[in-house]
Design a protein around this ligand. Structure first.
Ligand code: FAD
Length: 389
């Protein structure tokens, strides 16, 4: 007998779950609150013809070929090496901070001296953490570490998380790399690719299966409810005993009964400009003076050729308020928030046919490759469980 399943949310987590279950013979009802699929990877075309990532720039990078091979069934890709510049003391320098950044910001003799000291101090390393530099016993290296911390990271982190610069703890950013060469790649992963025609067509193909019924503009929290007494899920008022795979915010499913989980949000401000090119790299970070954190120029990632137009995106961090129509972008990690999340998970664990998957449901930062890998794993477990019946 065909098993009916409900999948909530159609980002990578929900779309991969839907596809895998449909392939295994489940009849999947996929519910998405927005009027479009693709979650935070959704792309749209501006009036000037420029394709943009509506929810911020997304670059696929991974070390394992498994996820890339999986996604390659649904789209061709092209290699794309992401490079980022940062505006530091009025100059544009590579981020992560590298020897080119040192050359740009220090007088030549001092820069040469610093690079020799670094190469001698770390003969077998390509990258070090800024905290290692700050704690080095060579005073010149220690000073450089402090310079990078103060000029590249402190204010950026303070802006991103909405805390005073004086409260930024080095432990938050101690794993940020400093590159001991002129290598200016932002990611070092073996695979760095972009979908040839963009993310949305990839998702369209992923969800194109006769076993998947899509319902857009549907807030699943209004259709699903949990009855703790009977440990059952109700859908439109009727008990539903097939798998329910929730990739939305976990606290929303439980009507915020234990309180909302805190997030940081972003105000995404797009600007269409009548020029061919706006900036020297696809992304330029503004760690210090400006209120926004970075500017993305999408044409430099999508390879679109439009000689007279470009579109840029400025990202302004702000607190998330679930009452307002805001996007929850980044979970705020703290012991207290993790405890609250664990309490919601414990409520979910009472319901045998309910599973959580994805960045909102698991309250953690997932890169795209990691969330696809996770969804493939959850799908396998669900399929195995129902095959036994
Ligand atoms: C600004 C930014 C930039 C990023 N850049 C990169 C990058 O360059 N590379 C990378 O690998 N990763 C990047 N990421 C991470 C990437 O966005 C995530 O890996 C990905 O979105 C996770 O997919 P998901 O399906 O878990 O969540 P989402 O993509 O957020 O999908 C969740 C979906 O569920 C829907 N939903 C929620 N609640 C309900 C409900 N009640 N009813 C119905 N539907 C609901 C939402 O509308 C959404 O469509 C970035 C993240 C951010 C915030």
């Amino acid at each position: 007998m065909t098993v009916r399943a409900i999948v909530v949310g159609l980002g990578f987590a929900g779309s991969v779950l839907s596809r895998e279950l449909a392939e295994a013979g489940f009849e999947v009802l996929a519910l998405e609150r927005r009027s479009q699929i693709a979650g935070n990877m959704y792309e749209t075309v501006r009036a000037n013809g420029v394709r943009v990532h509506q929810y911020g720039p997304h670059i696929f990078h991974a070390n394992s070929g498994e996820v890339f091979d999986y996604l390659s069934q649904y789209s061709d890709f092209y290699p794309y090496t992401h490079r980022v510049l940062g505006r530091i003391q009025g100059k544009l320098v590579p981020i992560p901070f590298n020897f080119t950044s040192i050359d740009a910001l220090f007088p030549k003799s001092e820069a040469d001296d610093l690079e020799i000291r670094l190469t001698e101090a770390y003969p077998d390393r390509e990258r070090v953490f800024v905290s290692e530099l700050m704690n080095h016993n060579d005073p010149a290296i220690e000073r450089l570490g402090k310079f990078i911390f103060e000029n590249v990271f402190v204010n950026y982190t303070a802006k991103q998380w909405g805390i005073p610069a004086s409260e930024v703890d080095v432990s938050v950013i101690n794993r940020v790399p400093v590159v001991l060469s002129k290598d200016d790649r932002y990611f070092t992963d073996r695979i760095q690719q972009m979908p040839l025609n963009g993310y949305t067509p990839l998702f369209e193909k992923l969800l194109d299966h006769p076993g998947i019924t899509l319902r857009l503009n549907t807030n699943a929290a209004e259709r699903l409810s949990i009855d703790a007494a009977s440990s059952r899920v109700y859908f439109d008022g009727e008990p539903f005993d097939g798998p329910v795979l929730w990739t939305g915010a976990i606290d929303e499913l439980f009507r915020y009964s234990l309180g909302p989980l805190p997030y940081r949000s972003l105000n995404m401000v797009f600007e269409d400009l009548p020029i061919e090119r706006y900036q020297k790299a696809a992304v330029v970070n503004y760690p210090n003076e400006e209120e926004f954190t970075r500017i993305t120029e999408f044409k430099q990632m999508t390879r679109q050729v439009l000689p007279e137009d470009t579109t840029i995106l400025k990202e302004y961090p702000l607190p998330y308020d679930p009452e307002k129509r805001m996007e929850a972008y980044y979970p705020i990690f703290s012991a207290e928030n993790q405890t609250l999340y664990d309490e919601y998970r414990a409520l979910g664990a009472m319901i045998p046919n309910l599973r959580f998957c994805g960045r909102l449901a698991e309250y953690r930062y997932y890169n795209m490759d990691a969330v696809v890998e996770r969804a493939l794993q959850v799908a396998k477990e669900v399929i195995r469980k129902y095959a036994k019946r």
